[in-house]
Ligand binder design. Sequence first.
Ligand code: ATP
Ligand code: MG
Length: 444
Amino acid sequence: MHQTRDVFTPTKPARIAFVERDSVNDKLVNSLTTPGKQIVVYGHSGTGKTTLLVNKLNQLYEHHITTRCMKGLKFEQLVLDAFDQLAPYYTQERQTVLKTTTGIDLGATYKMLQAKITASSSKDESEKQSRILPPQLTPQTLGRFLGAQKACWVLEDFHKIDEGEKERLSQLMKVFMDLSDEYQDLKIIALGAVDTARQVVDYDPEMRNRVAEIQVSVMTEQEIAAIIEKGESALNVKFSPDIKRLVARHSNGLASVCHHLCLNMCNAAGVMTTVEGPPIELTKKHCEDAVRMYVEEASDSIKSAFDKALKQRRKTQYANAHLILDALSGLGELGAARSDIHRRIQRTEPRYPEANLKYLLPKLCTPEYGGILRFDSNSGLYSFSDPIYRAYAMAQFQRAQPSARPMSQSDFEQTLLKFLTEKVKLDVGTDFRILIDHHPKKKT
Ligand SMILES: Nc1ncnc2c1ncn2[C@@H]1O[C@H](COP(=O)(O)OP(=O)(O)OP(=O)(O)O)[C@@H](O)[C@H]1O
Ligand SMILES: [Mg+2]
């Protein structure tokens, strides 16, 4: 018996509906089980890095601790956070005494350091945040604390850490490698939502062979379909093959979209826990309700993303972002290369310079611009980072230019568009029209 919300998990790592990622599984498992191997996991946001890792760590590792990184966080704070999380292992009443090869009692050392940290931080009450790292808490010491508990250290969102601090992590990785003789399981796993491993951790070239770089790409349609199937058997429901295919296709590689739609469909059908007796069939009606809910929930964040993307930051000859999103929404759902986007824009703006695209396309992938696009370095294609952004762009631009209406749309897309358009009409239609009316004319 499962709760539906534990099966379809749009906002947390999937466990019951976890689907193995064949393309990276062996590499990850090998790296996790190779002593001394440090790991960098990278790939766009939402591709499933955290989910994959937590599931594999649960299968393979005794313990792990996780530190979530934020902008501005200093290396010392990372170390302190790891240290704090080890407290349950070292401060219990009845624990086995763990000693290093040189006979140092780790439990006693831990408590001594803990006392030092507490003493130093109580001195200045005003700045509680800036706890001081005692000099005795060296990388080696931290490594021993972790290693003796057969634990590894996961650093989530490591790409957010400042460059200078990252270098110190690379040194820490080196120390951990050297300690692996003594502690087989000791390792650091750094995760980052970026394009290359080096953007996560810029480690020395000599460490190359001892750091595994693992890229997690968006999920395939088959993998997404497998999530639905796992959900079906866990909840004893049936999605029609049509619905399955459409959800898989329109999730555009993002499992969270699939989880979200499936969760909404179950909600629409009143399925809150595993169905007893014969399975419940989910119909087109449930699917429509699910899409409507999805649109309602997402509309605020869609709007804010588009606002950021379309914000006029300085005076320019062209409404660049608008032209790009318009062009891209008219190209295929898999995305398009820069040159394709350029050609498309040139249909209406023959002198449109490619330099503008070179500048703005990467920007549109950043949070400052709403993260509205993503770039896949394997295929070289830009696409909307979420299928709903694409639908929204289509809904917007179709109204503005009825002649450019895309020809072929699936039922699902039409449903999505229908609800989006309704929503758009109610809420933001006017704002957008202003932008379109002010669309600069070609200069002569
Ligand atoms: N292998 C999988 N099987 C089933 N669902 C998955 C799988 N991988 C990811 N998901 C689902 O996809 C969504 C995003 O996954 P996750 O948070 O792991 O991505 P991420 O790459 O860590 O993203 P971010 O970079 O933003 O942290 C979650 O809803 C999760 O449940
Ligand atoms: Mg994550």
